[in-house]
Write a protein that binds this ligand. Structure first.
Ligand code: ADP
Length: 342
Protein backbone atom coordinates (compact mmCIF):
# COMPACT_ATOMS: atom_id res chain seq x y z
CA UNK A 1 0.00 0.00 0.00
CA UNK A 2 2.66 2.51 1.16
CA UNK A 3 4.91 1.30 -1.68
CA UNK A 4 2.10 1.93 -4.17
CA UNK A 5 1.61 5.48 -2.91
CA UNK A 6 5.38 6.03 -3.00
CA UNK A 7 5.69 4.83 -6.56
CA UNK A 8 2.65 6.91 -7.64
CA UNK A 9 4.27 9.92 -5.98
CA UNK A 10 7.55 9.18 -7.73
CA UNK A 11 5.71 9.16 -11.05
CA UNK A 12 4.06 12.46 -10.14
CA UNK A 13 7.46 14.03 -9.43
CA UNK A 14 8.11 14.02 -13.17
CA UNK A 15 5.56 16.87 -13.27
CA UNK A 16 7.05 18.69 -10.27
CA UNK A 17 8.51 21.52 -12.32
CA UNK A 18 5.24 22.07 -14.15
CA UNK A 19 3.47 21.98 -10.80
CA UNK A 20 5.73 24.60 -9.18
CA UNK A 21 5.15 26.82 -12.22
CA UNK A 22 1.37 26.28 -11.87
CA UNK A 23 1.43 27.22 -8.14
CA UNK A 24 3.54 30.27 -8.92
CA UNK A 25 1.07 31.50 -11.58
CA UNK A 26 -1.94 30.88 -9.32
CA UNK A 27 -0.23 32.70 -6.40
CA UNK A 28 0.65 35.63 -8.63
CA UNK A 29 -2.94 35.89 -9.89
CA UNK A 30 -4.20 35.66 -6.34
CA UNK A 31 -1.90 38.42 -5.13
CA UNK A 32 -2.83 40.72 -7.99
CA UNK A 33 -6.57 40.19 -7.92
CA UNK A 34 -7.47 39.69 -4.28
CA UNK A 35 -7.80 41.86 -1.20
CA UNK A 36 -6.50 38.92 0.83
CA UNK A 37 -9.72 38.15 2.62
CA UNK A 38 -9.92 34.89 4.55
CA UNK A 39 -12.40 33.44 2.06
CA UNK A 40 -10.12 34.12 -0.84
CA UNK A 41 -7.21 32.56 1.01
CA UNK A 42 -9.34 29.46 1.56
CA UNK A 43 -10.20 29.31 -2.14
CA UNK A 44 -6.52 29.68 -2.93
CA UNK A 45 -5.59 26.81 -0.61
CA UNK A 46 -8.41 24.72 -2.05
CA UNK A 47 -7.15 25.25 -5.57
CA UNK A 48 -3.62 24.27 -4.52
CA UNK A 49 -4.96 21.15 -2.75
CA UNK A 50 -7.11 20.19 -5.75
CA UNK A 51 -4.17 20.61 -8.08
CA UNK A 52 -2.09 18.43 -5.77
CA UNK A 53 -4.73 15.68 -6.00
CA UNK A 54 -4.90 16.01 -9.78
CA UNK A 55 -1.15 15.76 -10.17
CA UNK A 56 -1.14 12.70 -7.89
CA UNK A 57 -3.85 11.03 -10.01
CA UNK A 58 -1.96 11.80 -13.22
CA UNK A 59 1.16 10.25 -11.67
CA UNK A 60 -0.86 7.22 -10.63
CA UNK A 61 -2.15 6.73 -14.16
CA UNK A 62 1.31 7.16 -15.57
CA UNK A 63 2.67 4.63 -13.09
CA UNK A 64 0.00 2.11 -14.13
CA UNK A 65 0.99 2.53 -17.75
CA UNK A 66 4.65 2.06 -16.92
CA UNK A 67 3.84 -1.15 -15.02
CA UNK A 68 1.85 -2.38 -18.03
CA UNK A 69 4.74 -1.65 -20.42
CA UNK A 70 7.26 -3.23 -18.06
CA UNK A 71 5.18 -6.40 -17.82
CA UNK A 72 5.02 -6.60 -21.66
CA UNK A 73 8.81 -6.18 -21.87
CA UNK A 74 9.31 -8.83 -19.16
CA UNK A 75 7.04 -11.23 -21.04
CA UNK A 76 8.93 -10.64 -24.29
CA UNK A 77 12.30 -11.17 -22.65
CA UNK A 78 11.13 -14.41 -21.00
CA UNK A 79 9.63 -15.65 -24.30
CA UNK A 80 6.07 -15.80 -22.94
CA UNK A 81 4.42 -14.76 -26.20
CA UNK A 82 3.92 -17.00 -29.20
CA UNK A 83 2.49 -14.28 -31.45
CA UNK A 84 1.88 -10.53 -31.59
CA UNK A 85 -1.85 -10.82 -30.77
CA UNK A 86 -0.93 -11.63 -27.18
CA UNK A 87 0.68 -8.20 -26.74
CA UNK A 88 -2.11 -5.96 -25.42
CA UNK A 89 -1.80 -2.48 -23.88
CA UNK A 90 -4.58 -0.10 -22.76
CA UNK A 91 -6.50 1.71 -25.48
CA UNK A 92 -4.65 5.02 -24.95
CA UNK A 93 -1.32 3.27 -25.57
CA UNK A 94 -2.40 1.84 -28.93
CA UNK A 95 0.41 3.41 -30.94
CA UNK A 96 2.99 2.15 -28.45
CA UNK A 97 1.36 -1.29 -28.62
CA UNK A 98 1.71 -1.30 -32.41
CA UNK A 99 5.35 -0.20 -32.21
CA UNK A 100 6.13 -2.97 -29.68
CA UNK A 101 4.32 -5.53 -31.88
CA UNK A 102 6.38 -4.46 -34.89
CA UNK A 103 9.62 -4.66 -32.93
CA UNK A 104 8.64 -8.05 -31.50
CA UNK A 105 7.79 -9.45 -34.95
CA UNK A 106 11.05 -8.18 -36.37
CA UNK A 107 13.23 -9.69 -33.67
CA UNK A 108 11.21 -12.93 -33.96
CA UNK A 109 11.95 -13.04 -37.71
CA UNK A 110 15.63 -12.29 -37.07
CA UNK A 111 15.88 -15.09 -34.53
CA UNK A 112 14.16 -17.53 -36.89
CA UNK A 113 16.53 -16.49 -39.68
CA UNK A 114 19.55 -17.00 -37.41
CA UNK A 115 18.27 -20.42 -36.36
CA UNK A 116 17.83 -21.41 -40.00
CA UNK A 117 21.37 -20.21 -40.79
CA UNK A 118 22.72 -22.14 -37.84
CA UNK A 119 20.97 -25.27 -39.12
CA UNK A 120 22.38 -24.79 -42.65
CA UNK A 121 25.83 -24.23 -41.16
CA UNK A 122 25.70 -27.37 -39.04
CA UNK A 123 24.50 -29.36 -42.03
CA UNK A 124 27.31 -27.92 -44.15
CA UNK A 125 29.93 -28.81 -41.53
CA UNK A 126 28.51 -32.35 -41.35
CA UNK A 127 28.72 -32.60 -45.16
CA UNK A 128 32.28 -31.27 -45.24
CA UNK A 129 33.37 -33.75 -42.56
CA UNK A 130 31.74 -36.56 -44.50
CA UNK A 131 33.36 -35.47 -47.78
CA UNK A 132 36.78 -35.21 -46.13
CA UNK A 133 36.46 -38.53 -44.39
CA UNK A 134 36.03 -40.55 -47.60
CA UNK A 135 39.36 -39.67 -49.30
CA UNK A 136 41.31 -39.56 -46.02
CA UNK A 137 40.15 -43.06 -44.99
CA UNK A 138 40.79 -44.40 -48.50
CA UNK A 139 44.34 -42.98 -48.56
CA UNK A 140 44.92 -44.35 -45.06
CA UNK A 141 43.64 -47.78 -46.22
CA UNK A 142 46.04 -47.92 -49.19
CA UNK A 143 49.03 -46.79 -47.11
CA UNK A 144 48.31 -49.34 -44.39
CA UNK A 145 47.93 -52.14 -46.97
CA UNK A 146 51.22 -51.11 -48.57
CA UNK A 147 52.96 -51.01 -45.18
CA UNK A 148 51.53 -54.43 -44.29
CA UNK A 149 53.47 -55.95 -47.18
CA UNK A 150 51.80 -54.90 -50.45
CA UNK A 151 54.74 -52.54 -51.06
CA UNK A 152 56.82 -55.59 -52.06
CA UNK A 153 54.15 -56.97 -54.37
CA UNK A 154 54.93 -55.62 -57.86
CA UNK A 155 51.42 -56.60 -59.05
CA UNK A 156 49.63 -54.09 -56.78
CA UNK A 157 52.11 -51.63 -55.26
CA UNK A 158 52.07 -49.12 -58.12
CA UNK A 159 48.31 -49.43 -58.52
CA UNK A 160 47.73 -48.73 -54.81
CA UNK A 161 50.03 -45.72 -54.89
CA UNK A 162 48.22 -44.41 -57.96
CA UNK A 163 44.85 -44.80 -56.24
CA UNK A 164 46.11 -43.10 -53.07
CA UNK A 165 47.43 -40.28 -55.24
CA UNK A 166 44.06 -39.92 -57.01
CA UNK A 167 42.41 -39.46 -53.63
CA UNK A 168 44.95 -36.85 -52.52
CA UNK A 169 44.08 -34.94 -55.71
CA UNK A 170 40.36 -35.22 -54.85
CA UNK A 171 41.15 -33.99 -51.33
CA UNK A 172 43.06 -31.01 -52.61
CA UNK A 173 40.29 -30.18 -55.14
CA UNK A 174 37.77 -30.28 -52.32
CA UNK A 175 39.86 -28.02 -50.10
CA UNK A 176 40.38 -25.53 -52.93
CA UNK A 177 36.65 -25.44 -53.65
CA UNK A 178 35.86 -25.02 -49.95
CA UNK A 179 38.29 -22.12 -49.68
CA UNK A 180 36.75 -20.48 -52.78
CA UNK A 181 33.24 -20.96 -51.47
CA UNK A 182 34.00 -19.59 -48.02
CA UNK A 183 35.80 -16.59 -49.53
CA UNK A 184 32.87 -15.87 -51.86
CA UNK A 185 30.33 -16.22 -49.08
CA UNK A 186 32.26 -14.07 -46.62
CA UNK A 187 32.64 -11.39 -49.29
CA UNK A 188 36.45 -11.63 -49.19
CA UNK A 189 36.74 -12.62 -52.82
CA UNK A 190 37.05 -9.30 -54.58
CA UNK A 191 36.02 -9.15 -58.22
CA UNK A 192 38.13 -7.21 -60.63
CA UNK A 193 35.98 -6.17 -63.58
CA UNK A 194 37.27 -5.08 -66.96
CA UNK A 195 36.57 -5.54 -70.66
CA UNK A 196 38.26 -8.45 -72.41
CA UNK A 197 38.14 -10.15 -75.79
CA UNK A 198 35.80 -13.16 -75.87
CA UNK A 199 37.30 -14.94 -78.85
CA UNK A 200 40.89 -15.11 -77.49
CA UNK A 201 39.58 -15.98 -74.05
CA UNK A 202 37.35 -18.88 -75.11
CA UNK A 203 39.92 -20.21 -77.60
CA UNK A 204 42.46 -20.46 -74.79
CA UNK A 205 40.09 -22.18 -72.37
CA UNK A 206 38.85 -24.64 -75.01
CA UNK A 207 42.37 -25.49 -76.18
CA UNK A 208 43.39 -26.18 -72.55
CA UNK A 209 40.45 -28.57 -72.16
CA UNK A 210 40.56 -30.27 -75.56
CA UNK A 211 42.96 -32.91 -74.34
CA UNK A 212 40.69 -33.97 -71.50
CA UNK A 213 37.71 -34.18 -73.93
CA UNK A 214 39.70 -36.26 -76.42
CA UNK A 215 40.84 -38.59 -73.66
CA UNK A 216 37.15 -39.26 -73.04
CA UNK A 217 36.52 -39.80 -76.76
CA UNK A 218 34.61 -36.53 -77.12
CA UNK A 219 34.78 -33.66 -79.51
CA UNK A 220 35.04 -30.20 -77.92
CA UNK A 221 33.90 -27.54 -80.36
CA UNK A 222 34.07 -23.76 -80.03
CA UNK A 223 31.67 -22.18 -82.52
CA UNK A 224 33.01 -19.06 -84.25
CA UNK A 225 32.99 -15.94 -82.13
CA UNK A 226 33.10 -12.41 -83.57
CA UNK A 227 36.72 -11.26 -83.44
CA UNK A 228 36.14 -7.90 -81.80
CA UNK A 229 33.56 -9.09 -79.28
CA UNK A 230 34.29 -7.98 -75.71
CA UNK A 231 32.57 -8.64 -72.40
CA UNK A 232 32.80 -6.94 -69.03
CA UNK A 233 33.68 -9.11 -66.06
CA UNK A 234 36.31 -10.69 -63.86
CA UNK A 235 38.36 -12.70 -66.34
CA UNK A 236 39.91 -15.07 -63.80
CA UNK A 237 36.74 -15.83 -61.84
CA UNK A 238 34.74 -16.29 -65.03
CA UNK A 239 37.35 -18.75 -66.22
CA UNK A 240 36.46 -20.86 -63.19
CA UNK A 241 32.82 -20.80 -64.33
CA UNK A 242 33.61 -21.78 -67.95
CA UNK A 243 36.08 -24.48 -66.88
CA UNK A 244 33.64 -25.95 -64.40
CA UNK A 245 30.73 -26.11 -66.81
CA UNK A 246 32.81 -27.45 -69.72
CA UNK A 247 34.51 -29.93 -67.39
CA UNK A 248 31.11 -31.12 -66.18
CA UNK A 249 29.92 -31.47 -69.77
CA UNK A 250 32.98 -33.67 -70.45
CA UNK A 251 32.63 -35.62 -67.19
CA UNK A 252 28.97 -36.42 -67.67
CA UNK A 253 29.07 -37.27 -71.38
CA UNK A 254 29.91 -40.77 -72.52
CA UNK A 255 29.88 -40.19 -76.26
CA UNK A 256 29.33 -37.37 -78.70
CA UNK A 257 30.38 -33.78 -78.32
CA UNK A 258 30.54 -30.70 -76.17
CA UNK A 259 29.84 -27.38 -77.89
CA UNK A 260 30.50 -23.83 -76.76
CA UNK A 261 28.54 -20.92 -78.28
CA UNK A 262 28.81 -17.16 -77.72
CA UNK A 263 25.67 -15.53 -79.12
CA UNK A 264 25.60 -11.76 -79.41
CA UNK A 265 22.51 -10.02 -78.06
CA UNK A 266 21.65 -6.34 -77.80
CA UNK A 267 23.40 -5.63 -74.51
CA UNK A 268 24.80 -9.02 -73.58
CA UNK A 269 26.61 -12.04 -74.84
CA UNK A 270 24.79 -15.27 -74.21
CA UNK A 271 27.09 -18.25 -73.54
CA UNK A 272 25.85 -21.77 -74.14
CA UNK A 273 27.64 -24.97 -73.21
CA UNK A 274 25.84 -27.92 -74.70
CA UNK A 275 26.62 -31.63 -74.37
CA UNK A 276 25.27 -34.94 -75.60
CA UNK A 277 25.66 -36.53 -72.18
CA UNK A 278 23.69 -38.43 -69.58
CA UNK A 279 21.38 -35.50 -68.84
CA UNK A 280 19.86 -34.46 -65.53
CA UNK A 281 16.54 -35.77 -64.17
CA UNK A 282 13.85 -33.05 -63.95
CA UNK A 283 13.58 -33.27 -60.17
CA UNK A 284 17.33 -32.61 -59.79
CA UNK A 285 17.66 -29.64 -62.12
CA UNK A 286 16.89 -27.04 -59.46
CA UNK A 287 19.12 -28.79 -56.93
CA UNK A 288 22.41 -29.18 -58.82
CA UNK A 289 23.50 -25.69 -57.66
CA UNK A 290 23.20 -26.67 -54.00
CA UNK A 291 26.44 -27.34 -52.19
CA UNK A 292 27.37 -31.05 -52.34
CA UNK A 293 24.30 -32.04 -54.33
CA UNK A 294 25.10 -34.64 -56.98
CA UNK A 295 22.69 -36.67 -59.07
CA UNK A 296 24.96 -39.68 -58.91
CA UNK A 297 27.45 -39.45 -56.04
CA UNK A 298 29.54 -42.40 -57.16
CA UNK A 299 29.91 -41.12 -60.72
CA UNK A 300 30.79 -37.60 -59.54
CA UNK A 301 33.47 -38.96 -57.17
CA UNK A 302 34.91 -41.33 -59.76
CA UNK A 303 35.48 -38.39 -62.12
CA UNK A 304 37.00 -36.22 -59.38
CA UNK A 305 33.93 -34.10 -58.64
CA UNK A 306 33.54 -32.23 -55.35
CA UNK A 307 29.85 -31.34 -55.64
CA UNK A 308 30.77 -27.67 -55.16
CA UNK A 309 31.64 -26.54 -58.70
CA UNK A 310 28.20 -25.33 -59.74
CA UNK A 311 27.55 -23.67 -56.36
CA UNK A 312 30.74 -21.65 -56.90
CA UNK A 313 29.84 -20.91 -60.55
CA UNK A 314 26.40 -19.68 -59.48
CA UNK A 315 27.92 -17.31 -56.90
CA UNK A 316 30.45 -15.90 -59.38
CA UNK A 317 27.75 -15.30 -61.99
CA UNK A 318 25.49 -13.68 -59.39
CA UNK A 319 28.32 -11.25 -58.63
CA UNK A 320 28.16 -10.40 -62.36
CA UNK A 321 24.37 -9.87 -62.09
CA UNK A 322 23.86 -12.97 -64.14
CA UNK A 323 21.95 -16.17 -63.63
CA UNK A 324 22.85 -19.63 -64.80
CA UNK A 325 20.10 -21.65 -66.45
CA UNK A 326 19.84 -25.29 -67.45
CA UNK A 327 17.89 -27.28 -69.97
CA UNK A 328 18.38 -31.01 -69.90
CA UNK A 329 16.92 -34.24 -71.14
CA UNK A 330 17.82 -37.57 -69.63
CA UNK A 331 20.12 -39.67 -71.85
CA UNK A 332 20.13 -36.93 -74.49
CA UNK A 333 22.16 -34.08 -73.08
CA UNK A 334 22.28 -30.83 -71.16
CA UNK A 335 22.59 -27.18 -71.99
CA UNK A 336 23.88 -24.57 -69.52
CA UNK A 337 23.51 -20.91 -70.40
CA UNK A 338 24.16 -17.50 -68.90
CA UNK A 339 24.54 -13.91 -70.11
CA UNK A 340 27.37 -11.46 -69.55
CA UNK A 341 27.39 -7.73 -70.20
CA UNK A 342 28.95 -6.56 -73.48
P1 ADP B 1 30.54 -32.17 -59.30
O1 ADP B 1 31.86 -31.84 -58.74
O2 ADP B 1 29.88 -33.33 -58.63
O3 ADP B 1 30.52 -32.26 -60.78
P2 ADP B 1 28.97 -29.76 -59.62
O4 ADP B 1 28.51 -28.80 -58.60
O5 ADP B 1 29.86 -29.25 -60.69
O6 ADP B 1 29.65 -30.95 -58.81
O7 ADP B 1 27.70 -30.44 -60.28
C1 ADP B 1 26.68 -30.95 -59.44
C2 ADP B 1 26.00 -32.14 -60.08
O8 ADP B 1 25.26 -31.70 -61.24
C3 ADP B 1 26.93 -33.20 -60.62
O9 ADP B 1 27.33 -34.09 -59.62
C4 ADP B 1 26.07 -33.87 -61.67
O10 ADP B 1 25.22 -34.81 -61.06
C5 ADP B 1 25.20 -32.73 -62.20
N1 ADP B 1 25.72 -32.18 -63.48
C6 ADP B 1 26.41 -31.04 -63.64
N2 ADP B 1 26.69 -30.82 -64.93
C7 ADP B 1 26.13 -31.84 -65.63
C8 ADP B 1 26.06 -32.20 -67.02
N3 ADP B 1 26.61 -31.43 -67.96
N4 ADP B 1 25.41 -33.32 -67.35
C9 ADP B 1 24.84 -34.09 -66.38
N5 ADP B 1 24.87 -33.83 -65.07
C10 ADP B 1 25.51 -32.72 -64.70
Amino acid sequence: MWNDIKSNLNSSLVYLLEYILFVFVISLAFLLLSNNTLNELLVYLLVIAASLVIIFLVGKKRNRELIEIKSIIDNISTNKYSNTDEIILSKNLESLENAIKKMYQRSKNDIEHLNRLQKVRSQFIANVSHELRTPIFTIQGYIETLMDGAIDDPKVNKQFLKKANQHTIALSNLLNDLIDLSMIESGELRMSYRYFNVNDYLKKIVSEMKHSAEENGLELILHPVRNDLEIFGDKEKLKQVFVNIIQNAIKYTDKGKVEVFAEVEKKNVRFIIKDTGIGIPDESISRIFERFYRVDKARSRSVGGTGLGLAIAKHILEAHNSKIEVKSKLNTGSEFHFKLKK
